[in-house]
Design a binder for this molecule. Structure first.
Ligand code: PMP
Length: 322
């Protein structure tokens, strides 16, 4: 039986003891940033693999910089703390890890300066976030993505997720599975919690970093897989809304969503409405790699228990230099 634990105020505690004050600044104003990290259970290897741990924390350092916040640990310490927490929870299933850095002071007043920061991590079981086996029906949202001049989307800011929540709920009320944002320029941006790829004439295309997207870790992984395994370079360029309608294939990707194929956009089938060959190949490689089944991608994952690797403690196994 797994244990529900959290890293809170510098130590590992039972989840029910990890509580914040209702006057906490981060809760009242959304002043904080977070990461979402997955770990995959591999039943054959009896091992839990944490995916892209350092990459997520590197992004948290960038979010923190934008928000005038200090992550209270080095990258190595964060890796050790997270691996130790996950190991202590004893999960033998797929899980989600949520580190959050936020303004802690119980103070009324909107600002980022002269406020104390706090950091915690919780861990929870997680299955599918969206149904990745079935094609997703997507609708272009009437909500535009927050612009870099408003709330920077490249920072994973707590308060910014109201933008995503409005679009996701609108999509739900319209009978779609997921929303696609356009940015302020009217170009395709991303989903409510996923980056977007399309395939046109055997070319993989995704919006660029200047398009107000979150700089997705899974997005980079797909680009790596496409190049190394399929010999496909990704074109990063502005995408028009109607290009989604005439694309041969389309997929959404993110830590939570993983890789989901899209069957229709705005009630038009994508391609013939079936999963396309490039998406299928990338999806299958990704699902093998994240569960630790592809040796050439072992650098993506960190084993928690070390069952087959001499059972080193989780934290020390994690801080390997490469
Ligand atoms: N865009 C948004 C708005 C997201 O919330 C996420 C999920 N973190 C993504 C894209 C995908 O990012 P990643 O692959 O790093 O999880």
């Amino acid at each position: 039986m797994a244990k529900q634990l959290a890293y809170f105020k510098g130590g590992i505690v039972p989840l029910e003891e990890a509580n914040i004050n209702i006057m906490c600044h981060g809760f009242n104003y959304g002043t904080g940033c977070f990461e979402g990290i997955r770990a995959y259970w591999n039943p054959e290897q009896e091992e839990l693999f944490v995916l892209f741990l350092e990459e997520h924390y590197k992004r948290m350092f960038k979010s923190a910089k934008i928000l005038f916040m200090e992550v209270p640990h080095s990258l190595d310490e964060l890796v050790t703390i997270t691996m130790d927490l996950v190991k202590a929870c004893e999960y033998r299933q797929d899980i989600y890890i949520r580190p959050t850095l936020y303004k802690e002071d119980p103070i009324v007043g909107v600002r980022l300066h002269n406020l104390k920061d706090a950091f915690h991590i919780y861990v929870a079981p997680m299955g599918e976030y969206v149904d990745t086996a079935r094609g997703l029906k997507c609708g272009v949202s009437s909500w535009r993505r927050i612009d870099d001049t408003m709330i920077p989307a490249r920072a994973k800011v707590i308060g910014g997720y109201i933008n995503s929540a409005l679009a996701k709920t609108e999509a739900y009320h319209r009978g779609f599975d997921e929303a696609i944002f356009l940015n302020a320029d009217g170009h395709v941006c991303e989903g409510s919690a996923e980056n977007v790829f399309i395939v046109r004439e055997n070319t993989l295309v995704t919006p660029g970093l200047y398009d107000n997207i979150l700089e997705g870790v899974t997005r980079r992984a797909i680009m790596e897989l496409a190049e190394r395994e399929l010999g496909l370079e990704t074109e990063c360029r502005p995408i028009d809304r109607t290009e989604l309608m005439v694309a041969d294939e389309m997929m959404l990707c993110g830590t939570g969503a993983q890789i989901a194929w899209v069957s229709s956009v705005d009630s038009r089938l994508v391609g013939d409405g079936k999963e396309g060959p490039i998406t299928r190949k990338i999806r299958s490689l990704y699902y093998d790699a994240v569960r630790g089944n592809l040796p050439q991608y072992s650098h993506w994952v960190k084993p928690v228990y070390g069952t087959r690797r001499g059972a080193a403690p989780a934290g020390s196994a994690a801080v390997s230099p490469a």
